[in-house]
Design a binder for this molecule. Sequence first.
Ligand SMILES: Nc1ncnc2c1ncn2[C@@H]1O[C@H](COP(=O)(O)OP(=O)(O)OP(=O)(O)O)[C@@H](O)[C@H]1O
Ligand SMILES: [Mg+2]
Length: 256
Amino acid sequence: MSEVLLKAEGITQQFGGLTALNNVDFELRKNEIVGIIGPNGAGKTTFFNIITGIYPPTAGTINYKGNNITGKKTYEITSMGISRTFQNIRLFDQMTVLENVMVGTHTHTNSGFLDAVFKTPRHHKTEKYVKEKAINLLEITGLSEYRYHYSTSLPYGFQRRLEIARAMANSPEVLLFDEPAAGMNENETRNLAQFITEINAMGYTILLIEHDMRLVMRICHRIYVLDHGTLIFQGTPEEVKRDPKVIEAYLGQEVE
Ligand SMILES: Nc1ncnc2c1ncn2[C@@H]1O[C@H](COP(=O)(O)OP(=O)(O)OP(=O)(O)O)[C@@H](O)[C@H]1O
Ligand SMILES: [Mg+2]
């Protein structure tokens, strides 16, 4: 089995009297595509927020490549190689598609604020690198032809892709996608599945939260199931489909 990249142990998150996550253990290995599923309010996004340092957990630890990253700041975690997209699209409306990706790359370069103000050679070199990298990412995500369009003019499915391109701009090793297929039609979802499989083959390790069962079952190697903050099952798509606890949590819904 491949190396464990991300390991969560005993993660608990309390918001006042509400236990959003209860003693969750989790691991993600290099080159996996792992899904997190569960009904609304199960704690899925909260788990992403803890991994990415939006807030520290009430209890438990997160390790990334053997380093304890619990309580580290978001920018530190991003620079270590973990990048994410958000459940609600967060693009810059006043920027083009290309600029949206370039902004993502900037956090990863050495050229600082003063370099930019004084337009130093280092800044020019960085600008060129940032632009080339963004162009390359648009190529990978199939958005090249929209390079100079405003992000808001893109069809919904492409805006989600642009978010992914921007997340990839930090040169991450692990990508976390929070409901990447939300709002997509069937065709867009099918293309997304293909795309995620492709970037996984390029070497990205992927963790995704998703409500679209067909997408999850089709592309994930393993799936974690949360219900009311508790991990009720973890296994392959086939095992998840057969588990009585999972079926019950999704009462009335078809798990396939
Ligand atoms: N910052 C917060 N303060 C208080 N309560 C919160 C906060 N964030 C989340 N919660 C609560 O924690 C629970 C888990 O929320 P979370 O957003 O993680 O669920 P989810 O599984 O992502 O759901 P969905 O599928 O609807 O996105 C919910 O009851 C939510 O209202
Ligand atoms: Mg959520």
